[in-house]
Design a protein. Structure first.
Lengths: 253, 645
C-alpha cells in the first residue's frame, strides 16, 4: 500500500519543530509500524537527508522504549498494543498518517520523535521499591501471598513505563504510572512496611517532575498497552489519604 | 590452518579444589574482604543494566562502593533481559519431585553438552535458591498457587518442575525488581546513573582495567570515566546475525573493545538458536519475536507427513501429521532441549515438509490442550503470548496452530572469565550473557535469568572484593597517556565512519552480514561453508569501510552513527565466530558440524580432542588470533552421548 506520512521533525530541544510530509510507497501489510519507518529512513539516508530519530529497542512490546502519537492516539489505533507491535494491516492504502512525539511538560523533546522520560525513573527512585538489600531475604515460602492479591499485583506490575498514559492525559499527569507501582507493592505483604512513606515519596516526586494532576479523565487507561486499570489510581488516592492522615497533614496542602 | 595460531593453554581458572559442594564456600572464605570504610573510597564502573548489571550495580552500592552505571537505553529498566518470557530455574524442590542442587547442576552440565566448567555450574545451582528468596523479598509477583505458595512449571531439558515464572513476563518482573533496587541506590546517591551513554573503549593503565571511554548519545560528548574496577554486563552478540530475538540495540561493542585490548573471547561460535520464534514474513523484517519455550509444555509440534502438503492445518487428518519430536524423542517429546528442537525443525523443512508461505515453519498446535484443559486454562497460562502472536501474524492461535521457526536467541560464548568472573585483564570482570561461563555449548531454558542474577546479586559482589582488597588504586588523571590514547582512538573512529560518505546504509551492510552468518554459521556448519563465509565477511568488511554512508555529524543524537560503530565491531566478531566454528571439528550443543554427526543425525562430540574451552587472543584485525585452550575436567558428571530419546 501507499501512504502519506506527516512527521514531526525537530533538530533539538531548542528548535521549534514542524510537521514534514513524506510519501512512502509499497508498504507491506505485514510490516510493523517501525519497520515502515525503517523503510522511510533508509530512503532518506540514500537521498542525503537526515533520517527520522525515534526510540525503539525490543520491538516486541515489552521494553517500553518506543512511543509515538499516531493520528493523535498514543501508540496508534489498536488497543493494547505498543507502536512496535502495531502492524500496517491496521491502516489502509492511500491513508495519511500523522506521527508526533509524546507531548508533555515532564517529557521534553530531545530530537524528532525522541523524548526524555527520565522523570519516570525519578518517581521510582523516590519510593517505587521494597527495601530488601541483597542477602537479607528470608526463605521465599515464609511469605505466602493470596493468589488473588498476587494476580492483581502482577496486573499492575505489567506496566512497561512507556509514557503513553502521560501523552494521552489532558493534564500530562503521570498518575497511572505511579499508581501501578504503588498498587503492586501495596498489595503484597512484603510491601507493607514502606506502604505509606512510599506513596508520599512517589507522589511528591511525580509533582516535582512537572507532571500534571489527575482529574479522572481516564484517557490513560484507554491507551495503556498493558491495560493497567484506572482503579489503581483510586487505590493510590486511598493510600495517600491514609498516609497524610498518619503524618498529621491535611491532604492537599 | 593459517587462520589462527595455537598458544599456551590456560593453566589456572582459580577454581578451588576439593569436594564440589564445598568449593564456593571455600572460595568465599579465602577471598580477601574490604572493610566498609574503604569501600566508600572505591569506584566500580558497571556497563549494562540488565539482570546481571542492574543487580550487580545495586548490590555493590548496597555494600558501600561508589558505582557508576551505564546503559545505551533511555532508562536502566529497558535492558533486553526485560523480554525474557518463560521463567527462572531454581533447585528449591518445592514440588518434591526429586530436584536438588546436584540435579540442577547435572542437568545444566549435560544440557550444555559437557562443554562447561563443573565448578561454575555447581555454584550456579547452589545460588539459584537464594535468587528466588531475594526476588520474592523485592516484591516480584511470581505465579502462585491458591494456597499462596509459589507455582513452578517444566522447561526443556529437565524432567522436574523447577521453573518459577510470572506469566510470560518473568524477565520483565525480575528486571524491574533489580531496577527498583538500583533506583533506590540512585536515589540514595550511591549510584551515578548514566542512561543514553555507550561505552566505546576500555582504558587500561599499568595492566589493569581502570576506566572506559563513553559517548553521551544525546549530546555526542566523549568523556573518559575512571574507576578501581570495570564490570561488563553488556549482554550477548546475537545481533551479529542481524535477525535475532535480541533488541535492536543489543551489540558486542563493549566486550569486543575489551577483547581488542587483551581480554580473551571464549567459544564465540556457541550460538543458541531458539526453536519457537515467529517465522520471517518478508524482506522488511527487522527482528524476530520469540514465543516462549513454555508453550512446548502444552503445544504439540508437527508438520504434514507428505512433502508439499498445502492443505490448511485443520484439514490435515491426524494420521497424516508427523508429530516428529514425540516420534523421535519419546521420553522428552516436545520438551527436548533447544538445540535439538531447532535442528529437528530445520531437518523437516529441508525435507520439504515446512509450512506457511515461506515453507520455513512448523506447527505448534494447542488444539489437544484446549480440548483437555479448556480455553480458559490455556488463556490464563499463555494469554499474552497468544495475543502477541495474533498481533504480529494476524492469525488466532486458539483457532489455527501457530507457525514457528528457529531464530538466533542467545550466545553462550563471551569473554573468558575465571572462577571469580574476572577476565584475562586484571580488574575487568564480566557477568551475565557477556561472559562465557556456565552454559557450555547449549543453554537450557530458564537458565539465562538464573545466571544473570546469580552473577550480579551473589557471585560478583563476593569475588570483586578479593580484587579490590588491594585497592584503592592510584588515581588516574585524564591526562595520562593511556587515557588520552583511548579517547583519541574513539574520536578517530567516529570521524572515519562519518568521513566515508559512501552509497550504502549501515543496515544494508548489517543485513548482508547477517545472511552470511545465518547461511554458514547458523544451525548447521561445514568446513567449506565456513571458509566461504570468512572470505565473504572480509570482503564485505572492506566494502563497509569504503561505501557506508553515515549521515549527520557526531555532535548530537545520531542513531545511524551508533549503529555504524556496532556493525563495524560485528564484522570483526563474525570472522572470529567462523574461525572458532571451523577449528572445532566436532558437533556439540548449538554447534552442529555437518561432518560430525551420528548415523541418526545427532551431534557427535569428540571429547578426546575438543573437551576444552577455546579462548581467543586478539592480535590485530585480519591477523591470526591466538588460541588458548582451557581443558575441561569432569569429575562429577561423566560425559556421555547426550540422549533425550
Amino acid at each position: 500500500m501507499n501512504l502519506t506520512l506527516r512527521i514531526w521533525r525537530q533538530k533539538g530541544p531548542e528548535d521549534k519543530g514542524r510537521m514534514v510530509t513524506y510519501q512512502v510507497d509499497d508498504v507491506s501489510p505485514d510490516m510493523s509500524f517501525l519497520e515502515m519507518l525503517d523503510v522511510l529512513n533508509e530512503r532518506l539516508i540514500l537521498a542525503g537527508e537526515e533520517p527520522v530519530a525515534f526510540d525503539h529497542d525490543c520491538r516486541e512490546g515489552i521494553c517500553g522504549m518506543c512511543g509515538l502519537m499516531i493520528n493523535g492516539d498514543a501508540h496508534g489505533p489498536q488497543r493494547g498494543t505498543t507502536a512496535c507491535q502495531l502492524h500496517m494491516r491496521q491502516f489502509s492504502d492511500g491513508e495519511t498518517i500523522d506521527i508526533e512525539p509524546w507531548r508533555a511538560r515532564a517529557f521534553p523533546v530531545i530530537k524528532d520523535l525522541v523524548v526524555n522520560r527520565n522523570a519516570f525513573d525519578k518517581i521510582i527512585a523516590a519510593g517505587g521499591y521494597i527495601t530488601a538489600p541483597t542477602g537479607s531475604a528470608p526463605e521465599a515460602h515464609s511469605t505466602p501471598v493470596a493468589k488473588a492479591n498476587a494476580d492483581a499485583a502482577f496486573e499492575s506490575a505489567a506496566c512497561i513505563g512507556c509514557g503513553a498514559c502521560v501523552a494521552a492525559c489532558p493534564n500530562g499527569s503521570g498518575m497511572l504510572f505511579t499508581a501501578a507501582k504503588v498498587t503492586q507493592l501495596s498489595l503484597l505483604p512484603q510491601g507493607q512496611p514502606e506502604r505509606y512513606t512510599r506513596v508520599i515519596g512517589m507522589v511528591d516526586a511525580h509533582d516535582e517532575a512537572g507532571f500534571g494532576g489527575c482529574t479522572n479523565a481516564g484517557e490513560c487507561t484507554v491507551v495503556c498497552p498493558k491495560g493497567i486499570p484506572l482503579n489503581t489510581i483510586g487505590r493510590l488516592n486511598r493510600d495517600y489519604l491514609a498516609a497524610t492522615a498518619k503524618r498529621g497533614d491535611t491532604p492537599g496542602t | 590452518m593459517d587462520l589462527f595460531i595455537e598458544g599456551d593453554p590456560i593453566a589456572d581458572t582459580k577454581a578451588p579444589e576439593g569436594p564440589i559442594e564445598t568449593r564456593w564456600d571455600r572460595r568465599r572464605f579465602e577471598a580477601k574482604l574490604v572493610n566498609p570504610a574503604n569501600r566508600r573510597k572505591m569506584t566500580v564502573i558497571v556497563v549494562g543494566t540488565g539482570l546481571a548489571g542492574g543487580s550487580a550495580a545495586a548490590t555493590l552500592a548496597e555494600q558501600g562502593y561508589q558505582v557508576k552505571s551505564y546503559c545505551y537505553q533511555d532508562s536502566p529498566r529497558r535492558a533486553h533481559s526485560i523480554a525474557a518470557q518463560g521463567g527462572i530455574n531454581a533447585a528449591k524442590n518445592y514440588r518434591n519431585d526429586g530436584d536438588s542442587v546436584h540435579r540442577l547442576f547435572y542437568d545444566t552440565v549435560k544440557g550444555g553438552d559437557f562443554r562447561s566448567r563443573e565448578s561454575n555450574v555447581h555454584r550456579l545451582a547452589e545460588v539459584s535458591v537464594n535468587i528466588i528468596d531475594q526476588c520474592v523479598a523485592q516484591g516480584v509477583p511470581f505465579a502462585r498457587e491458591y494456597g499462596g505458595l509459589l507455582d513452578t512449571r517444566s522447561f526443556g531439558g529437565a524432567q522436574v518442575q523447577r521453573t518459577f515464572y510470572a506469566r510470560g513476563q518473568t524477565g520483565q518482573q525480575l528486571l524491574l525488581g533489580a531496577y527498583q533496587a538500583l533506583e533506590r541506590q540512585i536515589g540514595l546517591g550511591n549510584v551515578e546513573m548514566n542512561a543514553r551513554h555507550e561505552m566505546l573503549e576500555l582504558i587500561i593503565v599499568d595492566g589493569k582495567a581502570r576506566g572506559i571511554v563513553v559517548r553521551d548519545l544525546v549530546t555526542g560528548e566523549i568523556t573518559t570515566e575512571m574507576a578501581d574496577a570495570v564490570v561488563l554486563a553488556s549482554g550477548g552478540y546475537g545481533n551479529v546475525f542481524y535477525l535475532s530475538t535480541n533488541a535492536k540495540g543489543c551489540n558486542v561493542t563493549a566486550t569486543w573493545r575489551a577483547h581488542r585490548k587483551g581480554a580473551y573471547f571464549a567459544n564465540p561460535c556457541y550460538t543458541q538458536i531458539h526453536p519457537t520464534c515467529i517465522p520471517v514474513s518478508g524482506d522488511h523484517q527487522s527482528k524476530l519475536t520469540l514465543m516462549s519455550e513454555s508453550l512446548r509444555n502444552d503445544g504439540r509440534v508437527w508438520v504434514p507427513k507428505a512433502k508439499g502438503d498445502d492443505r490448511a492445518p485443520r484439514d490435515i487428518p491426524e494420521d497424516e501429521r508427523d508429530y516428529y519430536l514425540e516420534r523421535i524423542y519419546p521420553s522428552f517429546g516436545n520438551l527436548v532441549p533447544r538445540d535439538i528442537a531447532s535442528r529437528a525443525a530445520k531437518n523437516v523443512c529441508d525435507e520439504g515438509r515446512g509450512v506457511g508461505p515461506t515453507k520455513l515453519g512448523v506447527y505448534l498446535d494447542f488444539a489437544d490442550a484446549i480440548n483437555r484443559l479448556g480455553r480458559k486454562a490455556i488463556e490464563a497460562k499463555y494469554g499474552n503470548l497468544f495475543e502477541m502472536y495474533e498481533r504480529i501474524t494476524g492469525e488466532d492461535p486458539y483457532e489455527v496452530p501457530m507457525r514457528i521457526y528457529p531464530a538466533v536467541h542467545y550466545t553462550m560464548g563471551g569473554l573468558w572469565v575465571d572462577y571469580d568472573l574476572q577476565s584475562t585483564i586484571p580488574g575487568l570482570f564480566v557477568i551475565g550473557e557477556a561472559n562465557f561461563s556456565d552454559h557450555g555449548a547449549n543453554r537450557l531454558g530458564a537458565s539465562a535469568l538464573m545466571q544473570g542474577l546469580a552473577d550480579g546479586y551473589f557471585v560478583l559482589p563476593s569475588t570483586i572484593a578479593n580484587y579490590l582488597a588491594s585497592g584503592p588504586f592510584d588515581k588516574v588523571e585524564a591526562s595520562h597517556p593511556a587515557v588520552v590514547e583511548a579517547r583519541a582512538d574513539v574520536e578517530d573512529r567516529i570521524q572515519r565512519l562519518l568521513a566515508v560518505d559512501g552509497d550504502r546504509t549501515v543496515d544494508s551492510f548489517h543485513r548482508e552480514l547477517g545472511q552470511i552468518m545465518w547461511e554458514h554459521c547458523g544451525m548447521e556448519r561445514s568446513e567449506a561453508g565456513l571458509r566461504k563465509a570468512i572470505d565473504e565477511i572480509r570482503a564485505l568488511r572492506e566494502q563497509f569501510w569504503q561505501r557506508v554512508r553515515v549521515p549527520g555529524d557526531g555532535e548530537g543524537l545520531n542513531q545511524s552513527l551508533e549503529k555504524a560503530g556496532r556493525v563495524a565491531d560485528f564484522f570483526e566478531l563474525a570472522e572470529l565466530m567462523c574461525i572458532d566454528a571451523l577449528h572445532r571439528g566436532e558437533s556439540c550443543g548449538g554447534h552442529f558440524r555437518a561432518e560430525h554427526q551420528t548415523p541418526d543425525g545427532e551431534a557427535q562430540r569428540d571429547d578426546e580432542h575438543f573437551a576444552y574451552v577455546a579462548a581467543w587472543e586478539y592480535t590485530g584485525t585480519g591477523e591470526p588470533s591466538v588460541l588458548h585452550k582451557e581443558d575441561l575436567k569432569f569429575e562429577y558428571v561423566h560425559p556421555t552421548q547426550r540422549s533425550y530419546k
